[in-house]
Design a protein around this ligand. Structure first.
Ligand SMILES: Nc1ncnc2c1ncn2[C@@H]1O[C@H](COP(=O)(O)OP(=O)(O)OP(=O)(O)O)[C@@H](O)[C@H]1O
Ligand SMILES: [Mg+2]
Length: 272
């Protein structure tokens, strides 16, 4: 297991118990979905697993090592291996900085180096963006472009695990499909572990081979996506499926990609 949690609990500073007794396990190279209604703790869980919320109870490990220990001993190393694309692309860029500066920031702070000549341009090419966007400010991009930019920024440090929190929910329907395709493409090419949060089961069905269902801070069920969608054990999951079906599952979206060929981007080396 590359990521594993047992009896994981977390209470926000304001006193909200957001996670309790969460069990979670992800194998290297897997695409895993986390679904659940608003407020069920999805963002809290991925932020915690990315090392952004210290002070949990129970156990959460990355590559067999307790996340809290990694963070205390080498936070930069941990963060460069675990990258999160935030729920809102517009809020995740500093509006005062040109995108070239924002894109280079993880390199500067985590890898302690400047970009090589052409490196940022290549990175943008990987997410289907033109290099001329580098000199712009965040408000000068569309939502879809900004979401691609957020993906590029997460990938610039070659993470072993990429977390995407609601990667499409802030986007126009026409752009949603493009970003989903891009995520699938990235995962196929990099073979990285991809953990996707969505309240929309159709998104998870399209991207993920395994899914965890979260409700009020606990996992209510988990399993292979196809099997779980076909015969959900809990009424809560059934309700989520019904909600998703009315929107997109019946648009011919085939759940679960399997056996996708894993190619490797030149020069890309997954950590750990
Ligand atoms: N910074 C915070 N301070 C206090 N409480 C918080 C904070 N962030 C989240 N919470 C609370 O923790 C619980 C879980 O929130 P979380 O953001 O993880 O849910 P979510 O499943 O991501 O929801 P959504 O689908 O709306 O994004 C909620 O009750 C929320 O109000
Ligand atoms: Mg959230």
């Amino acid at each position: 297991m590359i990521v594993e949690a047992r009896g994981l609990g977390f209470t926000h500073r304001a006193g909200t118990a957001a996670l309790s007794d969460v069990g979670f396990a992800v194998e290297r190279g897997q695409t895993v979905g986390i679904v659940g209604e608003s407020g069920s703790g999805k963002s809290t869980l991925v932020r915690l697993l990315c090392g952004l919320l210290p002070g949990y109870t129970g156990s959460a490990t990355y590559a067999g090592r307790e996340i809290g220990d990694w963070l205390r001993e080498d936070a930069r190393e941990f963060r460069s291996r675990n990258q999160l694309v935030f729920q809102s692309p517009s809020g995740s860029f500093d509006p005062r900085l040109r995108l070239a500066t924002s894109l280079a920031e993880p390199l500067r702070s985590l890898a302690r180096r400047k970009p090589e000549p052409g490196e940022l341009e290549t990175q943008l090419g990987e997410v289907g963006l033109s290099a001329e966007l580098l000199s712009r400010y965040p408000h000068e991009l569309s939502g879809g472009q900004l979401q691609r930019m957020a993906l590029a920024r997460a990938l610039v440090v070659n993470p072993a695990v990429l977390y995407a929190d609601e990667p499409t929910s802030a986007l126009d329907v026409s752009v949603q499909a493009q970003v989903l395709n891009l995520l699938m493409d990235i995962q196929d090419r990099l073979g990285a572990t991809l953990i996707v949060v969505s309240h929309d089961l159709a998104v998870v069905a399209r991207l993920c081979e395994y899914v965890f269902v979260l409700r009020a801070g606990s996992v209510v069920e988990h399993g292979e996506t196809t099997a779980l969608l076909r015969s959900p054990a809990s009424p809560y999951t059934r309700a989520l499926i019904t909600a998703a079906e009315s929107v997109a599952l019946d648009r011919g979206v085939s759940p679960v990609r399997g056996g996708a060929a894993r190619r490797t981007i030149r020069g890309w080396r997954p950590h750990g």
